[in-house]
Design a protein around this ligand. Sequence first.
Ligand code: 5AD
Ligand code: FES
Length: 348
Amino acid sequence: MTNKELIEKLNKDKSLEKSQWVKLISSFSENDALFAKKLARKIADENFGKSVYIRGIVEFSNYCKNDCTYCGIRRSNKNCERYRLTKEEILECCDEGRKLGFMTFVLQSGEDKTYSTAALCDIVKSIKKKHPDCAVTLSLGEMEYADYKALFEAGADRYLLRHETASKAHYEKLHPEEMKFEKRMECLENLKQIGFQTGCGMMVGSPFQRAEDLAEDMLFISRFKPHMVGMGPFIPHKDTPFAAEKAGSVELTLFLISLLRIMLPKANIPATTALGTLHPLGRELGVQAGANVVMPNLSPTAVRKKYALYDNKICTGDESAQCINCLQSRLKNIGYEIKISRGDYENV
Ligand code: 5AD
Ligand code: FES
């Protein structure tokens, strides 16, 4: 089958065989990418129109007990200046976000076990009490079933936990021995079973990644059927063992966004900050390739530079209000507008 036929097959069956994924990912042409993009955008327009959902990210702590080799806030990075926000500071970010039109708050942090589950539940409850019309998304890494359950019962609506790579051998090349692939996958199953709108995702072009690994990612995603998929290019961070590695490809990331949209018509797929970091119009291109979400930063400007997962991250010097205005005009330039809504996953 030609690549064009494979893309058509994906549209019809919502799945491909592993060998077909490998072929498509390793041999696509500019024309194939254009074909996928047109189809993906048509599907996105049918589901979301010319609207893009916004999620405000509050990066409330960059302490992390983990040591992922790619990540700038890994515990071994002694050059990372650590910070934690208090409950009051987190609530202030959400209040400001609400004024700016955000109706989803994403609380993200390193795996910082100084916030107890009870304390996190209290923060979630306080946000939901103040902003009952808004959704709370958590992105706090791996936890036990009971903790996830308690957070869901406290009112959290969604949870993002990128699987990072669906190939065990590749996972082990990106993570230290104590981080287990099986544990990550179990966490994702638990999140979904508890009732969260669940997001997984991977980096594109992470060190050692082959087309076969990305094929495993696409197979995993077609089986898991996440409500959200966060995918951006890998970007090296200067204080990690991967400092000298190459960044991922913008073209491949865009192509995979299109394939994800074709496979999961209703999924919430962000045009990521990493994509915007590697290309001046990365987020716009992401939306044009089939993404329907952007996730600007709502963290206090004073701490933004410290939440550096990778080098040269954009928007770290801007106020939240500036970012939202900037994004509004960027999206307007390509014929899209920000939609003020929770933007939940809509069940078919
Ligand atoms: N480049 C791109 N993305 C990264 N992440 C972590 N480090 C990097 C990097 N160097 C991503 C991971 C993580 C998410 C919060 O950020 O996929 O799950
Ligand atoms: Fe932050 Fe453009 S979105 S400055």
